[in-house]
Design a binder for this molecule. Structure first.
Ligand SMILES: [Zn+2]
Length: 478
């Protein structure tokens, strides 16, 4: 019944949804520069009868589009930023940037599809609310700059999600799966040392070396690593070594640190200890230390109640139906764009996923056509996402849907190349259907929503400490 309603609602808007996704594929705008993209969403959402507010939390390309009235308020999280240097002709199995387009960037993470898939869900949920007025409100949140991090973090910090009862989203990927694993929390920080320059031979006693301070900080952090949880990671890069002349005492230096850990509070604890080490290095060298938090993300907390329901709808809707053209394209991507060692690694992975006896069939039809079972025991994903910050301020669930050939990693030209193909469109529309069914269920089932919120409260205590302090503004021009 609901499946039929949602399928019809999305199928009748299919051309619009696909067109939005394909236009954004061509715009390929990187984080905080998604101006044409935001304009397009403003136009189509207004035409579809949503109330649109552009520019949120100091970010011109953030927006929200609402339809309906009253509680519950169900949010959909759209992303739409591209990645640098990944321009690629869609569907082309050779590395070829889009011709006659000076923009070198491309949708290497499929965020054109991500945004348009949530747009699809918003349209179907709006249609439901038109026919069932008073059942609640759907809000599509346009969340900029996921790749550079922080769109949603700043939105969460500045209260943009206040009053939202639950949020749903998805990510284009190579497999169909409800997202059950957490992601790592992190902070990204610049440590700057200020010393005194001097002639290194004639008057070294006058100098205070900022480079020495940076080096001693590295030594200190290396010792610190033994005394933190093994799941944490601390990486660093020298951003400024203070000059190239050995015979001048370096008066300035800058080191860029990342601290990652499974939980946000663990990151904060380790971050404080890294600051202590930096202060120690400054003391040892007679230099001055300042630090600047560049970015930060919270870990993702998958809401089990919502994710379980989402998974049931994934099974009900099923994977998209692919045709021989889709499989032919996928075979080309798999067999012609992988190196020999990559192909061997992919085969090993397919054997593990599907069983050795299925390998020939998978190589013949390398698109994921089933739904993976729910698995709550997976290790946290090694990366980070700002959906984590959303999950701290409201119960959040997401899924992945196959929009690319099995074995294709995101952030590659091959992943970009899938982004406007019929295969990807099918995955996007299917994701939209599952999100809409989950959203409509929440309009209808207050008990389910209450359970989801109970779980979220138990996980977070209803407390969100944003890793980015209030005074740090979004970095719009980087
Ligand atoms: Zn992404």
């Amino acid at each position: 019944m609901m499946k039929h309603f949602v399928t019809q609602a999305i199928e009748e808007k299919k051309d619009l949804i696909v067109n939005v996704s394909d236009q954004i594929f061509d715009f390929a705008e990187v984080g905080f520069h998604e101006f044409k993209t935001a304009d397009l969403y403003e136009k189509v959402l207004k035409e579809e009868g949503f109330q649109v507010e552009m520019g949120l939390a100091g970010m011109p390309t953030a927006f929200k589009a609402a339809y309906g009235e009253g509680k519950p308020v169900i949010g959909l999280l759209a992303e739409y930023d591209a990645l640098p240097e990944l321009s690629q002709i869609g569907g082309c199995t050779e590395r070829k940037p889009r011709p006659e387009d000076p923009n070198p960037d491309g949708h290497g993470c499929g965020h054109n599809l991500l945004g348009a898939g949530t747009f699809a869900a918003a349209l179907a949920m709006k249609k439901y609310l038109e026919e069932n007025p008073g059942k609640g409100t759907v809000v599509l949140f346009g969340c900029p700059s996921e790749e550079k991090g922080n769109g949603k973090t700043i939105m969460a910090r500045d209260g943009i999600f206040d009053g939202v009862d639950a949020a749903l989203t998805w990510h284009p990927m190579a497999v169909n799966e409800a997202w059950t694993v957490s992601t790592l929390a992190n902070v990204s920080v610049f440590f700057r040392f200020k010393g005194v320059t001097a002639h290194a031979a004639a008057a070294p006693e006058q100098g205070r070396s900022a480079l020495d301070a940076a080096e001693l900080m590295s030594v200190g952090v290396n010792y610190l690593r033994e005394h933190i949880i093994p799941e944490a990671r601390i990486h660093y890069a020298y951003r400024d070594v203070g000059g190239i002349a050995p015979n001048v005492v370096q008066g300035r230096s800058c080191v860029h640190y990342f601290v990652r850990a499974p939980k946000s509070w663990q990151v904060q604890e380790i971050y404080k200890r890294v600051i202590d080490v930096a202060e120690g290095a400054a003391k040892m060298t007679g230099t001055e230390m300042t630090y600047e938090l560049y970015a930060g993300l919270s870990d993702y907390i998958p809401n089990k109640v919502l994710t379980t329901v989402m998974h049931e709808y994934m099974n009900e809707v099923g994977a998209p139906e692919y045709d021989e053209d889709d499989f032919a394209m996928a075979r080309k991507f798999l067999l012609e764009t992988s190196t020999e060692s990559e192909l061997e690694a992919k085969k090993a992975n397919f054997r593990k996923m599907f069983g050795a006896d299925k390998l020939d069939e998978v190589l013949e039809h390398p698109i994921h056509t089933s739904i993976l079972p729910l698995d709550w025991h997976g290790a946290p994903m090694a990366g980070s996402t700002d959906v984590g910050d959303a999950s701290y301020v409201m119960p959040t669930a997401q899924l992945t849907m196959a929009t690319s050939t099995l074995g294709t990693a995101s952030h590659t030209w091959q992943f970009t190349a899938h982004g406007n193909t019929p295969m990807a469109h099918k995955g996007m529309l299917t994701a939209g259907k599952v999100l809409a069914m989950t959203g409509i269920r929440l309009f209808e089932d207050q008990e389910l929503l209450a359970k989801a919120r109970e779980e979220w409260m138990a996980e977070t205590g209803g407390v969100y400490e944003c890793p980015i302090p209030k005074e740090v503004k979004p970095r719009l021009n980087e």
